[in-house]
Design a protein around this ligand. Structure first.
Ligand SMILES: Cc1cc2nc3c(=O)[nH]c(=O)nc-3n(C[C@H](O)[C@H](O)[C@H](O)COP(=O)(O)OP(=O)(O)OC[C@H]3O[C@@H](n4cnc5c(N)ncnc54)[C@H](O)[C@@H]3O)c2cc1C
Length: 254
């Protein structure tokens, strides 16, 4: 699929939780072509701090309105600069990039942690059947996602490390019960690598298809710099930016 570089006017850029922002910008071509699981590389034009574009998963694409939504955490110089952008300012956006999720038939279980939940929103909207969600966070404050997911999910299971909301523990703690009770047709997971590894291992035992979305530091996003390569379980090297970020779990975790 062809990538575009667009000067996109920012329509909304607001905090939605502690240190987490939602940005909506107008980029008609991207909104029409974007697939769930793909990402965009963004920079502030003429800003040295964001000279290397930053990658963000597409949290929503609305072809009718011509808008793309990203949800981002304040991390360093780039995201702090993005958070200051006002409505009407232009963001340089490259995308849509990468290989997205498979839109499988049957009820899927989407397992997310932290900012990994953002691309699952777009996936949930695009699946033929309303999915189940299993989300995890350190505490109740980090579970603000449940309100965003409620209209898109058949049911939402929640874990927190400290037990302040939902089941105490990790998503991996609850997964076996959810698999047994809900009998989903497949599993998709996005979040910290350690979480995805645990989820993939448990799903493997059940024989269900499982996809994971990887996050690696990347500079170019077009497969040139090789900064985001990793060795698959088959011993070949793949690039997260162009071969992924979505991969079958068995290609990533033994
Ligand atoms: C495919 C993909 C999708 C992503 N989706 C999201 C998302 O939806 N929401 C979100 O909040 N974050 C997401 N990230 C992580 C996000 O790109 C980084 O948090 C962001 O680039 C940090 O930039 P910074 O300048 O604020 O931080 P700094 O630490 O100052 O960044 C310095 C450099 O490191 C790179 N970098 C830093 N952390 C990461 C990281 N985790 N992954 C890749 N490059 C990094 C930056 O691009 C930049 O070039 C995603 C990363 C990838 C690879």
């Amino acid at each position: 699929m062809k990538k575009h570089v667009i000067e996109a006017p920012v329509l909304e850029n607001v905090p939605i939780a502690d240190g987490i922002y939602r940005m909506v910008f107008h980029a008609q071509l991207l909104a029409i072509e974007a697939q769930p699981g793909q990402f965009v590389m963004v920079m502030k034009p003429d800003d040295q701090a964001t000279f290397l574009r930053r990658p963000f998963g597409i949290a929503d694409a609305d072809p009718a309105a011509g808008t793309i939504t990203i949800i981002y955490r304040l991390v360093g110089r780039g995201t702090k600069a993005f958070a200051k952008m006002k409505q009407g300012e232009l963001l340089s956006v490259e995308g849509p990039i990468g290989h997205g999720f498979t839109l499988r038939e049957g009820r899927q279980l989407l397992v997310g942690g932290g900012l990994g939940i953002a691309p699952l929103i777009f996936l949930a909207k695009s699946l033929p059947e309303k999915p189940l969600f299993l989300i995890g966070g350190r505490n109740e404050k980090e579970i603000f996602w449940k309100d965003l997911l409620a209209p898109l999910a058949e049911k939402i299971y929640v874990t927190t490390d400290d037990g302040s909301f939902g089941t105490k523990g990790f998503t991996t703690t609850l997964l076996p019960d959810v698999l047994e009770k809900e009998q989903p047709a497949g599993v998709v997971t996005c979040g910290p690598t350690i979480m995805m590894k645990g989820i993939a291992g448990l799903v493997k035992e059940s024989g269900l298809p499982c996809e994971v979305s990887l996050e690696k530091r990347m500079a170019c996003g077009i497969g040139v710099c090789l900064g985001c390569t990793f060795e698959t379980t088959a011993g070949t090297r793949k690039k997260v930016c162009v071969d992924g970020p979505v991969f079958p779990a068995e290609e990533v975790f033994a």
